[in-house]
Design a protein around this ligand. Structure first.
Ligand SMILES: *Cc1c(COP(=O)(O)O)cnc(C)c1O
Length: 376
């Protein structure tokens, strides 16, 4: 079965009781039991919820795998994955990544005796060099937020396997439609489902997918023990969103390709970061592991003043955090999403005052280009 068919049908079979073609919303915290020790397999909703189970089966299929577990946010999903580790363990992380992941690891998890090395994953030799005898996990994001840099998934997975480490990939920017990291050897995929999976800027949620039965057992145990589960309504909305993921992603990517080509030619833009551009330093690696380049673009405007002026003038691109919704958004990473990254690290990565991130929506691209033209 191919991607769109899986997205629409797996976990989304008609309801057995009534034939309803959408999965019912089981808004309940508990389940009646027939007698002590006799029930229908559903006991308490942190552990069991049919709407959540349907969404988990659906996402597992889209990621080309067998198991998925849903969480209350992308951050909760990442935190739960990290709880597989013990005090004394070491993790090699991508240095260019979502600001909240940096905050969670450097300010929270580091207090529990887990150590982190942040490296430039564009060069796999940096990953190899950072390995220690106690390295148990390699964690990356590709394309990264906000610099759109690419990790060679197959190369890093090979290093992880040789070292006996678990490889985790944050696949939020690509979505499973354009990239399935487990095909290249990753053990775990995480998503902020708040973004493309939800796709309509109306929910916060997260998910972890894996094909590894042993890892799945551990995540399932932690999901229940830690309890950062989503409500059933979020799961129901996500099932609705899956049905249009493929068509939305195609439009996000075709709009972004046209906008990136326009930005690259524009004299007021110093640099355009989009993995679909032939000028992107890792375009060929992106082309090898992604079937499309997504809807996210970062542009360098040269100064904070220019960034303030341009974002103020945009009308269709709404100034807001988050990304991946049908409506176009613009964000200023330094002041909005990446404030928790130390200034030296930010400057080194290129996350400057003049950097602006565009989440290209699925509006008519002519209108988006006109909006940019007016603001620039
Ligand atoms: C938003 C985001 C997260 C965090 O997810 P939340 O749902 O906001 O908790 C993690 N990784 C990436 C790449 C993101 O964009």
């Amino acid at each position: 079965m191919k991607f769109s068919t899986k997205a629409i049908h797996i976990g989304q079979e008609p309801d057995e009781l009534t034939g309803a073609v959408t999965v019912p919303l089981y808004q309940t915290s508990t389940y009646a039991q027939e007698e002590i020790g006799k029930h229908k397999g559903f006991e308490y909703a942190r552990t069991h919820n049919p709407t959540r189970f349907a969404w988990e089966a659906n996402l597992a299929a889209m990621e080309g795998g067998s198991h998925a577990y849903a969480f209350g946010s992308g951050s909760a999903a990442i935190d739960t994955v990290m709880r597989m580790l013990n005090a004394g363990d070491h993790v090699v992380m991508a240095e260019d990544m979502y600001g909240g992941t940096f905050r969670l690891t450097s300010k929270v998890l580091s207090r529990f005796g887990i150590t982190f090395s942040y490296v430039d994953m564009r060069n796999v030799q940096n990953v190899e060099a950072a390995l220690k005898p106690n390295t148990r996990m390699i964690y990356t994001e590709t394309p990264t937020n906000p610099m759109m840099s690419i990790t060679d998934l197959a190369a890093v997975a090979e290093i992880a396997r040789a070292h006996g480490a678990i490889m985790v990939v944050d696949n939020t920017f690509a979505s499973p439609y354009f990239q399935r990291p487990q095909v290249f050897g990753a053990h775990i995929v995480v998503h902020s489902a708040t973004k493309y999976l939800g796709g309509h800027s109306d929910l916060v949620s997260g998910i972890v997918a894996t094909n590894d039965a042993d890892i799945a057992e551990q995540i399932k145990f932690l999901q229940n023990a830690v309890g950062a589960v989503p409500g059933p309504f979020e799961c129901w909305l996500l099932l609705r969103s899956s049905k249009t993921l493929a068509v939305r992603m195609d439009r996000h990517a075709s709009n972004a390709a046209k906008i990136a080509a326009y930005c690259e030619e524009h004299p007021a833009i110093k640099q355009t970061h989009y993995p679909g551009l032939a000028s992107h330093p890792q375009h060929l690696i992106a082309a090898k592991q992604m079937s499309g380049f997504g809807g996210m673009i970062s542009i360098e405007l040269g100064s904070l003043e220019r960034a303030v002026a341009v974002t103020k003038k945009l009308r269709l691109f709404t100034l807001a955090e988050s990304l991946g919704g049908v409506e176009s958004l613009v964000c200023h990473p330094v002041s909005m999403t990446h404030g928790s990254i130390p200034i030296e690290q930010r400057e080194r990565l290129g996350v400057t005052g003049g950097l602006v991130r565009l989440s290209c929506g699925i509006e008519d691209v002519e209108d988006l280009l006109e909006d940019l033209e007016g603001a620039l």
